[in-house]
Design a protein around this ligand. Structure first.
Ligand SMILES: [Zn+2]
Length: 215
């Protein structure tokens, strides 16, 4: 497989930022995206800039200590959260953080998306845990996430938003999309007043299929 160039990866981040913006997953300057490079450095979106209007030169190159190695803009304070996920998950090379309104509504209501009602969401995500509230941009955020990073591909951040991650940007963004879609489905099921939870047997079958898929 031909490795993408850094310029191609920057373009991928910009396209993902545009999708976050177009789908109302972020507003104003919120949200952030990062990629782990083979060199051990990271490509990271800047703070205080709309994710729908970034250019290649706006994307920063950052080292593991959080120092900007290349780029003129300011690093997002949420890099601490991204870095913790990369530290805990060597398989992860892309992290996306956003505030998709329905999933964030669940996070604000203190409701995790871990009830087994939609088979394909379980297959794609496993459970989506809810990490306790921490002040955005502070070292409290990685601490609040830490216990959940290993078990999922997406986490709800209480009273804040969602972080999703994967082997590449397509997988991380896809998980963000599925979380929001799953939140919509769950909301409708709650509005209808009935949630038919899958049986333990059926969940075990899905988890078995999931681990075979992600091997
Ligand atoms: Zn946020």
């Amino acid at each position: 497989m031909i490795k993408p160039t850094e310029s191609q990866l920057r373009s991928e981040i910009i396209a993902t930022g545009q999708k976050l913006f177009d789908r109302d997953f972020v507003a104003a300057t919120s949200g952030n995206i990062s990629l782990r490079l083979d060199s051990g450095l990271f490509l990271v979106t800047p703070s205080n800039m709309s994710k729908g209007s970034m250019k290649e030169e706006d994307i920063l190159v950052v080292d593991g200590a959080g120092k900007v190695r290349f780029g003129r803009r300011k690093l997002t304070s949420e890099f601490l959260m991204h870095r913790r996920i990369y530290e805990r998950r060597p398989d992860v090379c892309a992290v996306v953080h956003a505030h998709p309104p329905i999933a964030t509504g669940f996070a604000c209501a203190g409701i995790s998306l871990d009830q087994a009602i939609a088979a394909e969401a379980i297959l794609a995500l496993g459970k989506v845990p809810l990490a306790p509230y921490a002040t955005p941009g502070t070292p409290e955020v990685p601490e609040s996430l830490d216990p959940y990073i290993g078990e999922s591909g997406a986490i709800l951040l209480a009273n804040h938003g969602v972080v999703a991650y994967g082997r590449d940007l397509a997988e991380a963004f896809g998980r963000m999309e599925i979380v929001e879609h799953y939140a919509k489905i769950t909301l409708v099921a709650k509005l209808l007043g009935r949630q038919q939870i899958l049986s333990q047997d059926e969940i075990a079958k899905l988890m078995g299929a999931r681990s075979a898929y992600f091997k």
